[in-house]
Structures are given as structure tokens and as C-alpha cells.
Write a protein that binds this ligand. Structure first.
Ligand code: ADP
Ligand code: MG
Length: 388
């Protein structure tokens, strides 16, 4: 075992990490290091081992990750909060390592295995509810995840994952963020045919709300407007990402697929229109995206596409008319972080509870239409019995 230039430990199948862990396969490789599947000779079970790169910056963040994981694991003795449990942590040849319970495939690979067709709304709702358990706990502890995305949400069932061919000797894949291990998921795999549980992983970017280290966080597609615009941020950035993940689960594709941060904001404005001037007035990076009249600087993406603010609707992009779902996402995608829905409020929303959804008074016309509709339905019922 030696280190490569990134500071990743070079490992092969059947290598041992200490006497205890025997390497079986590579589960994932990200910016922080690699995650390998191991056989734990002490407990005689398979586990996941995250081996942090042997570089100061990553080690420092790794220490934060261990602390957060220990806290969260401690807070969740009955496995109610849908977050990964850490088992142990130690140093091996100068690398910080931590072991986790072994989970299944991540939701990006899962969507890919399903041909990016998305999943039924019932599945979206189930995963939303489970992610909210995690977000609710984080909220009560004032922890921001800072990197919520499909790659960081895993199916609990580890049997679904067969990511690497058994004959591979080394695991040095290319380090592209969206790797190609999914080819081992059976092609007939249909996400809608099984109902699974999920867990949130990767607290490698997380922080306590009053100990924020970085001004620029989150993966681009899931990045909240306050981060893009350079505003102070809070736990509500996770609710923005959460909304993005749900939309992607439903359609199969990222809802805001910006090629760069400029286009990222353009994608958001395409659906949401221009941000409120109060946000623009206080954003330290506003002038990167808007001229002095607060008109967005016109940009063209690599396909020659220009995105116009307000030219699309949420309903149109999602191809959904489910009012509860649309309202739920709309509340996740609030420009103003203070008005964005909280995990607790989200758990009480009709999309999650299944209660009949009645839009708020601002949508009076729509509400009247829906009331009228339900009135008609209830008037119809007694008749249908006698009409045969
Ligand atoms: P990074 O900080 O480098 O993104 P992650 O903790 O997100 O590292 O792990 C990278 C990938 O490894 C994940 O996307 C997932 O596919 C896989 N992985 C991580 N933890 C586990 C686990 N407990 N069980 C199974 N696979 C895992
Ligand atoms: Mg990750």
C-alpha cells in the first residue's frame, strides 16, 4: 500500500487494513477519498470503510465528519432518522478511516439503472418522508448537511449493490464525480417494482450552523440561491437541495442542470423568475450575475441555449399536475431562505401526510375550482348507485 498523487491509498482486493478489515471491492470514490467494501474479521460482517485522502485539508474536514457522525449515531439508537451509522474510526498509514454499516446503491446510480425515467410519485413521497426524518434531526441539532444530492442518499438494502467485477485487481477508476459502477445493476431493474428504505450519508461537508467554515458549499445542481448570490446561509440550504432531489427522483433528471454557476442561476430563474431585489441588494456576488439595473447578464450554454427568466413553470418541467407535490416543491424553492419550508413544516404538508390539499388564499381561483370539483364529486356519488 502506497499513496498516489491525490493522497489516496493504493489498495487491491484481499489487502488488509490493519488485521481487522479485508478489502472486497470499491464502493465509491469522491473528492474526499475512497469508500471500500470490507469484511470485518472481528464482527464477521461486511462493512463500508471510508479512507480519507492523506492531505491536510481533507483530513481536517474528515475530523469534522467523524464528530458529526458520532453525534448523529448517538442520537439515533433506534434507527429512526434515516441516516448512516458510523461504527468505528482510526488511522491507517496516516489516513483517517471510518467504518459504516454497509448500505446499498446511491440514488443517482439507481435512477441510472432505471434508464433515468424517474419513479412514481408514491416512491418520491416515501423517500421524501424518510429524508425529512434526517433533516428534522439535523435541524434540531443545528447541523447543516451542505451536500444533499442523489449520490449521498443510499438504499438501505446492500444486496442491490454489485458495483465492481470480482476479477478486478485494482480499483483505480477515473475520478469523475458520476462514476459508472451501475453497469452491474441488473438491466431489468425497475425502481417502481420494489419499495425500499433509504439513508442519508456523507457528512463530509457538514457543519454546525454557527461554525460555518466556507462561504461556497453544495454541489452545483443542488446549490441554493443564497450560496450562489453570496448571502449568509443557514440550515435552509438543505431544504433547497432536498427539493431538487425530489424533482430529480420524479423526472429522472436534475431540475436545475447548470453547466456553470451562471447558468445554474439562469436555470433557477427560468422557473422562478427574477430573485427579489432584497436578495440582490445584499448578495456579495450579485454583480457576477446581474448588471447595475439588476438585469441578468445574458449567457448562452454549450448547446447555444439562452435561458429566459420566468419562461417555464414547475408543473411543465415536472410534467405533473399533482397540486400537493407542486406546492410542496414550490415551498422548498422559495428564494427567501427565511420563508423556505422547514423539515417540521414539510412533515405536516399534505404531500407528506396525504391529507386533501387545498391551496392557500393567494390562489383563490384555483381553490374555488377545487372546491367546486369536490362538491360535484360528492353530488355525483348517490346518483351513480341508481344509474345502472
Ligand atoms: P465523498 O465525500 O467522497 O462523496 P461519500 O461518503 O459520499 O464520499 O461516499 C462516496 C460513495 O461511496 C457514495 O456515493 C456511495 O455510493 C458509496 N458509499 C458511501 N458510504 C457507503 C455505505 N455505508 N455503504 C455503501 N456504499 C457507500
Ligand atoms: Mg458523497
Amino acid at each position: 500500500g502506497f499513496d498516489d498523487s491525490r493522497g489516496d491509498l493504493y489498495l487491491t482486493r484481499h489487502d488488509h487494513v490493519g488485521y481487522r478489515y479485508e478489502i472486497l471491492s470499491l464502493l465509491g470514490k469522491g473528492s474526499f477519498g475512497q469508500v471500500v467494501k470490507c469484511y470485518d474479521h472481528k464482527t464477521k460482517a461486511n462493512i463500508a470503510l471510508k479512507i480519507i485522502r492523506n492531505k491536510k485539508r481533507f483530513e481536517k474536514q474528515g475530523v469534522v465528519e467523524v464528530n458529526v457522525l458520532n453525534k448523529l449515531t448517538q442520537e439515533d439508537p433506534n434507527e429512526e432518522y434515516n441516516l448512516v451509522h458510523v461504527l468505528d474510526h482510526f488511522y491507517f498509514r496516516g489516513h483517517l478511516c471510518f467504518s459504516f454499516e454497509l448500505l446499498g446503491t446511491n440514488l443517482y446510480e439507481w435512477l441510472k439503472a432505471g434508464g433515468f425515467t424517474g419513479v412514481h410519485l408514491g416512491v418520491v413521497k416515501r423517500f421524501a418522508t424518510q429524508m425529512l426524518q434526517c433533516l428534522n434531526l439535523l435541524h434540531s441539532l443545528k447541523i447543516i448537511h451542505c451536500d444533499l444530492k442523489p449520490e449521498n442518499v443510499l438504499l438501505k438494502d446492500s444486496r442491490i449493490l454489485k458495483p465492481l467485477s470480482a476479477d478486478a485487481n485494482t480499483y483505480h477508476s477515473n475520478s469523475s464525480s458520476r462514476s459508472t459502477f451501475s453497469s452491474k445493476i441488473p438491466p431489468d431493474f425497475n425502481p417502481n417494482n420494489h419499495i425500499y428504505d433509504i439513508k442519508v450519508i456523507d457528512f463530509g461537508s457538514s457543519c454546525y450552523e454557527d461554525e460555518r467554515l466556507y462561504t461556497y458549499v453544495q454541489s452545483r445542481f443542488y446549490r441554493s440561491p443564497e450560496i450562489i448570490l453570496g448571502l449568509p446561509y443557514s440550515m435552509s440550504i438543505d431544504m433547497w437541495s432536498f427539493g431538487c432531489v425530489l424533482a430529480e427522483l420524479f423526472t429522472g433528471y436534475p431540475i436545475f442542470p447548470g453547466e456553470n454557476e451562471n447558468e445554474q442561476l439562469a436555470c433557477i430563474m427560468e422557473i422562478k423568475g427574477l430573485p427579489p431585489s432584497s436578495l440582490l441588494a445584499t448578495g456579495s456576488r450579485t454583480r457576477t450575475f446581474f448588471d447595475s439595473n439588476n438585469t441578468p447578464r445574458s449567457i448562452t450554454n454549450s448547446k447555444g441555449k439562452k435561458r429566459r427568466p420566468g419562461s417555464k413553470t414547475l408543473s411543465g418541467v415536472l410534467r405533473s399536475t399533482d397540486m400537493a407535490f407542486l406546492d410542496f416543491l414550490d415551498k422548498c424553492f422559495s428564494w427567501n431562505p427565511e420563508q423556505r419550508i422547514t423539515p417540521k413544516e414539510a412533515l405536516e404538508h399534505p404531500f407528506i401526510t396525504g391529507q386533501r390539499f387545498i391551496p392557500e388564499s393567494s390562489d383563490n381561483i384555483l381553490r374555488k375550482a377545487i372546491q367546486k370539483q369536490s362538491q360535484l364529486e360528492s353530488e355525483k356519488k348517490p346518483l351513480s348507485g341508481s344509474s345502472t
